[in-house]
Write a protein that binds this ligand. Structure first.
Ligand code: AMP
Length: 225
């Protein structure tokens, strides 16, 4: 099979609360399928690190665990999905997060003639989300994620993959995590009905073995025959 053949037509949204494992699965499956992982959180964090006008505007909102305005995010995505590497498919990770974003995405993809093929919901209980997020540590260099107790790095504070320094995201403190989960329930969870009514929604269990979760995502991502 030619390289990338299995990626043909994967235009996916990974949906779920913060800490559900969307980013980890999106990173690995994007490599496997040779499509870009489009993470609005990563794009915003990069803008903050580079102190661009967008980054300066978004930082306080992100630190509070609130959502950046829809028009800003939709503009960012519209630009990103028009880049050449998204023509063969993409995984959207952390977008859309509001009904207005979902509607804007639908219009954008209609214009591009590239409708979504599937929306995958990662189902994880709230206590588990709290545990994961507050213990999460991220590599400053390569973005790999670790967990203080369930996936600790070999050397404390150092990335196993690239030797970069690990840090705790400002928005992973317990108070901010609780707020992010509330924001998710209020603003993002309604998207489950939105995509269910369009026959696009599949759920996978987001707890348990990472490989098993990945296999479940692969299964539901296959185009219907
Ligand atoms: P994440 O890494 O996906 O948890 O995103 C981190 C933060 O970036 C969120 O708490 C929001 O402040 C902001 N953000 C990321 N994606 C979006 C989005 N689609 N809409 C609004 N804000 C977003």
């Amino acid at each position: 099979m030619p390289a990338g053949a299995t990626s043909a037509g994967h235009r996916l949204v990974f949906l779920g609360p913060p800490g559900a494992g969307k980013g980890t699965q999106a990173r690995d499956l994007a490599l496997e399928w040779k499509v870009p992982q489009v993470s609005t959180g990563d794009m915003l964090r990069e803008a903050v690190a580079k102190q661009t006008p967008l980054g300066r505007q978004a930082k306080a909102t992100m630190d509070q665990g609130a959502l950046v305005p829809d028009d800003v995010i939709v503009g960012l995505i519209a630009e990103r999905l028009r880049e050449g590497d998204a023509a063969g498919g993409f995984i959207l990770d952390g977008f859309p997060r509001t009904l207005a974003q979902a509607e804007a995405l639908e219009r954008l993809l209609r214009d591009l003639g590239q409708p979504l093929t599937r929306v995958i919901f990662f189902d994880v209980s709230e206590p588990e989300l709290l545990r994961r997020l507050t213990g999460r540590r991220v590599c400053r260099e390569c973005g790999s994620t670790f967990h203080l107790t369930s996936a600790p790095p070999r050397r404390s504070g150092v990335c196993d993959k690239c030797g970069g320094r690990l840090y705790q995201r400002d928005d992973d403190s317990e108070a901010t995590v609780r707020h992010r989960l509330e924001v998710y329930t209020r603003q993002t969870a309604p998207l489950l009905d939105y995509y269910q009514s369009r026959n696009l929604l599949s759920s996978v269990p987001g707890e348990g073995d990472v490989e098993a979760i990945r296999a479940a995502v692969r299964r539901v991502s296959e185009p219907a025959r």
